[in-house]
Design a protein around this ligand. Structure first.
Ligand SMILES: Cc1ncc(COP(=O)(O)O)c(C=O)c1O
Length: 446
């Protein structure tokens, strides 16, 4: 079923503005699947790398300008678990932007981390927004024992945070800056180096497969901070499969060769011009896109302001033979890489040309943080039951409830479900949620 289903999808010949970065373009050598090996004397071992895997990690470290870069074949999820596992050794309390991916929330439950949430602010009132340096500083002031700040940058919509400022604040409070850079591996190779490590982050988890030509599952943990490098492999081995995939790891090596020896870096930086033509066109048509510093290779358009919302979004783009990365009912996200063809960009241009924005401002409001009644670990490990969204009012969530993509939870485990969260779940199309089993039938007051 899976094999035939994928072939059927392929025959539709849609322009792929989604992950993986190689866009199924034939970039990967045909013999990759015949290199599905295991740990042998010749093939090295991921968690004790000292041979061919270690050599590739050294190349990656040079490419990203790190003290140490380690490979994950378990996606960015494994890199995030490792990053948080390393930080956890310094303490339990970590500040988190409340637009993190669910993989980080799950890692908090596994590692018994106490998250202190900071609400991002959005200038336009659209998209998720960023953590401001002022909010980060104020939260550190109230939480002097916090050992790290964790953010997603760029986020799903391409918004890049003020990493230099956040990094300076972290240093003032003797904390480290951890960045989920799942969507921004390519930022090291643009006309300006916008990779979190070069902007001042201490560690970054990067899904190579999302924007670079790497097989799905290929990721890295980039480490700038000397201390963490020593234990990184040990921590990754706690969470990772004992059978890491060699084809995935080999694809990372092939990607390094492309970037270093085959003008790959130039292809990424030159693509910015082509993408900026489409962004300009969208602007001219009055369409709303994220503001401030953004990923130059990601196009995100608020189509609802142009009268294209809900399921009509995907119908419209499919009519133009385009598969977006993601439509959330209001915004559509397109991931561009050098493995998209000129035909892909022409189709996208045509689709954008057919939209007319209505530049009405939306008031930007900073939302209140939901009430937290227990830690993610307590919530996830407690006795629980699945409830319809309506039944969940007044209950404590035992899981992160989110539409995926983007995988950013509307409700975090441990949060009290109040009217506001209930409304948001309904708007996000969430139908049910696992909640902590009620004791003495007492509903929490919300
Ligand atoms: C922001 C963010 N972080 C982490 C992840 C997890 O990455 P992976 O799928 O490579 O495990 C994703 C996946 O979509 C993501 O969007």
């Amino acid at each position: 079923m899976i094999y035939k289903g994928l072939l059927k999808h392929q025959q539709k010949d849609l322009s792929p503005f989604h992950t993986p970065g190689h866009k199924n373009s034939g970039f990967m050598p045909d013999d990759l699947i015949r290199l599905d090996y295991t740990e042998l004397p010749d093939t090295d071992a991921l968690y004790e790398a000292e041979g061919i895997i270690y050599q590739t990690e050294l190349k990656l470290s040079e490419l990203f300008g790190t003290k140490r870069t380690i490979i994950s074949s378990g996606g960015c999820t494994l890199a995030i678990q490792t990053m948080l596992g390393l930080a956890r050794r310094r303490g339990k309390k970590i500040l988190f932007a409340r637009n993190i991916h669910r993989s980080a929330v799950n890692a908090c439950a596994l590692l018994d981390i106490d998250p202190v949430w900071i609400m991002p602010r959005s200038d336009s009132g659209f998209f998720t927004g960023r953590i401001t340096p002022d909010d980060a500083r104020a939260t550190f002031e109230r939480n002097r024992d916090a050992i790290a700040l964790y953010i997603t940058s760029p986020d799903y919509y391409g918004e890049i945070s003020d990493i230099p400022a956040l990094s300076r604040i972290c240093r003032e409070y003797n904390a480290v800056l951890l960045v989920d850079n799942a969507h921004g591996s390519h930022l090291a190779f643009g006309s300006e180096n916008l990779h979190p490590i070069s902007l001042g982050a201490d560690m970054s988890a990067c899904s190579l497969h999302k924007t670079l030509p790497v097989l799905t599952g290929g990721a890295v943990l980039n480490i700038a901070d000397e201390i963490s490098t020593l234990q990184a492999k040990q921590v990754m081995a706690v969470f990772g499969s004992t059978s890491p995939s060699y084809p995935i790891m080999a694809s990372i090596d092939i990607c390094c060769d492309y970037l270093i020896n085959k003008n790959g870096k130039m292809a990424y930086s030159e693509l910015e011009k082509r993408v900026s033509v489409i962004k300009r066109l969208a602007e001219e048509r009055g369409l709303i896109m994220p503001g401030g510093l953004c990923d130059p290779l990601r196009i995100c358009i608020n189509t609802s302001q142009a009268g294209l919302a809900s399921e009509n979004q995907i119908i419209y783009f499919h009519k133009h033979k385009i598969e977006p990365e993601f439509c959330d009912g209001e915004n559509a996200v397109f991931i561009c890489t050098p493995f998209n063809t000129e035909l892909d960009f022409q189709r996208l241009e045509k689709a954008v040309s057919g939209l007319n924005g209505n530049l009405e401002d939306k008031a930007s409001v900073i939302e209140k943080l939901p009430q937290v009644l227990c830690s993610p670990r307590e919530a996830v490990l407690s006795e629980s039951e699945r409830l319809s969204v309506k039944e969940s009012l007044g209950r404590i969530a035992a899981e992160s409830a989110c539409p995926c993509p983007p995988g950013v939870p509307v409700v975090m485990p441990g949060e009290l479900i109040d009217e506001n969260l209930l409304k948001k779940m309904i708007c996000s199309g969430i139908r049910d949620i696992i909640c902590i089993k009620q004791k003495n039938s007492v509903l929490y007051n919300c």
